[in-house]
Write a protein of this length. Structure first.
Length: 178
């Protein structure tokens, strides 16, 4: 895993071979973060990374200036990797929450400036996720929500939809909450 830009830019970490996550490609991550930087920037913002996997997105948010990032990951191997990387970086602004994402969305009361979700593309509840996030307490006016998905999905009819970006086989739907 590589952190692309910011204070931890170019740092690399060896991902355990038994990780079951499908990490966002460096190419797609670099491009979507460039889009987000042009929308809002990251300085002194908060972010929530749902289905955090390797934590690459969480660490990119931290590296680029977010002052508080919550990484939500249920799988023990992925969570242990995220914790190890955060300890290696010595960054106490990453808050790892080991729980089911659906439970977190339902029970969390904190709103964020960015909410990023990269669920497994074959997750049986995938189609529910954008609407659950948009109707949750994770968002407030000004929140930017990013959903990573395959080209087969279309969330453009949901409230706040702003744009869709495609980088190779990776697609992102971006929502701006009013």
């Amino acid at each position: 895993m590589r952190i692309i830009s910011g204070k931890y830019g170019r740092r690399r970490f060896d991902v355990p071979k038994n990780i079951t996550a499908r990490p966002t490609t460096d190419f797609a991550r670099e491009n979507i973060f460039n889009v987000l930087e042009n929308l809002e920037g990251f300085e002194d913002k908060t972010a929530c990374d749902l289905f955090a996997g390797t934590g690459a997105v969480s660490f990119e948010f931290l590296s680029r200036g977010c002052n508080y990032v919550t990484a939500v990951e249920k799988a023990p191997v992925q969570a242990a990797f995220i914790k190890k990387v955060a300890e290696t970086l010595g960054d106490s602004n990453l808050h790892l929450v080991r729980t089911d994402v659906f439970k977190f969305i339902e029970e969390n009361a904190k709103a964020y400036d960015y909410v990023f979700a990269d669920p497994p593309y074959d997750h049986p509840r995938f189609d529910e996720i954008p609407e659950l996030i948009l109707n949750s307490r994770l968002v407030k006016p000004g929140t930017v929500v990013i959903i990573e998905h395959s080209k087969n999905k279309d969330f453009s009819s949901l409230p706040g939809f702003n744009q869709r970006r495609a980088y190779g086989s990776v697609n992102f739907s971006i929502f701006l909450i009013n």
